[in-house]
Design a protein around this ligand. Structure first.
Ligand code: GLA
Length: 359
């Protein structure tokens, strides 16, 4: 491969954390690929700039204009979520007969790793080189007992731009004692551009035949419910807004879509999970993952109060998230794929975001 076709990473200072640690911003660029910015504060995906049908570039992810915004973020605008992405019911779980208490930060439940999860930590950053040129390696060591979780967990995420222009996140984690782990990225996408209204007319296809229905606090009941005949059926391309306000108990509980879908196929194999098309701009996003599930969230909690990186309000349903993951509350659900990580084992997760333009 010619050298100029490979990914190049530029790094620059991005400010300081409240405790004075230096934060950096990394820009990944490659011919034919969107330009991607990532910071080692919380591993936030700061921007993804991609052309539309006419070749006009726009940033398709929600975020803030500067580090101060990310330091104060409560919406998880593109961060690396851990130690356990999504919810753990009643903020507790048992492992090998021992009960672990976590901090509740979402009603009675723990959400996205607790009040100071991986999104709110400084990750160590290293530019490494591989077959696609430069890649960004972020790592975070979570101490034994942090946020209530047992075991020292070392998490590493390698971010790279592949030859086909897609962004790949390769996650790995190990622990020195039995623990639970579920890592994801919480990017919010609007394929028309951040702050450009709602995503209700984006057309979604999900490779899912079932989803995990939830109780009133968004904890899965443990069942897998077929999507057939429900507003959760995205097996054929369907506008996100078509049934988002349907008179349906699950839709009501989520305030729209805020549910984990079971990705068809074999977990561990990289396969298509979702495809989203914005017909106006022509931009297409495909999400491939090795994970068993994906949380489809439609920005139901956005309310226009946050003005994003270019000053436009982030309105309700102004973005969608496709958080590739293990099912929520798996530590308390013996029927769900296991999230237990033991010493000597390696947690692995690969997710690919592929942006293109519809023909
Ligand atoms: C996830 C959750 C939502 C919400 C967002 C962040 O998608 O499932 O309920 O908490 O994160 O606002």
């Amino acid at each position: 491969m010619p050298v100029q076709a490979a990914t190049r990473i530029d790094r620059k200072p991005y400010g300081k954390t409240a405790s004075g640690e230096a934060v950096e911003l990394f820009t990944l660029s490659r011919a034919g690929a969107p330009t991607v910015e990532i910071t080692n504060w919380g591993g936030y995906l700061v921007s993804i700039v991609a052309p539309d049908r006419a070749g006009k570039a726009a940033d398709v992810t929600l975020g803030y204009a500067d580090l101060a915004g990310y330091l104060a973020d409560t919406s998880y605008f593109g961060c690396l979520v851990g130690r356990y992405a999504n919810r753990i019911g009643k903020a507790a779980f048992s492992l090998d007969g021992k009960r672990y208490a976590l901090s509740a930060n979402n009603g009675p439940n723990t959400l996205h790793g607790g009040p100071t999860g991986f999104c709110h930590r400084l990750w160590a950053a290293k530019v490494v080189s591989g077959k696609d040129g430069d890649a960004l390696e972020l790592s975070y060591v979570s101490r034994d007992g942090e946020e209530g979780y047992p075991g020292t967990l070392t998490a590493t995420v390698v971010c790279s731009l592949r030859e086909d222009g897609s962004l790949m996140l390769d996650y790995k984690a190990t622990s020195d004692a039995p623990t639970v782990v579920n890592l994801t990225n919480h990017a919010y996408f609007n394929l028309a551009g951040e702050g450009e209204g709602t995503i209700l007319d984006h057309v979604l296809q999900l490779e899912s035949d079932s989803f995990t229905p939830v109780d009133a606090t968004l904890i899965p009941t443990g069942e897998l419910q077929p999507v057939a005949g429900t507003p959760f059926d995205f097996r054929k391309p369907t506008p996100i807004g078509a049934r988002i306000d349907a008179a349906d108990e699950q839709i009501r509980r989520g305030g729209g879509y805020d549910h984990n879908f079971v990705v068809r196929g074999t977990p561990g194999e990289l396969r298509m999970a979702a495809r989203v098309v914005d017909e106006k701009s022509g931009r297409v996003l495909e999400v491939l993952t090795t994970e068993p599930g994906v949380q489809f969230y439609t920005g139901n909690f956005l309310d226009g109060k946050v003005k994003g990186k270019s000053g436009k309000p982030y309105v309700k349903r102004g973005a969608f998230c496709l958080e590739t993951q293990h099912y929520p509350d798996s530590p308390n659900q013996p029927g769900f794929p296991s999230v237990v990580l033991r010493p000597g084992q390696v947690y692995r997760h690969t997710t690919v975001y592929r942006l293109s333009v519809a023909k």
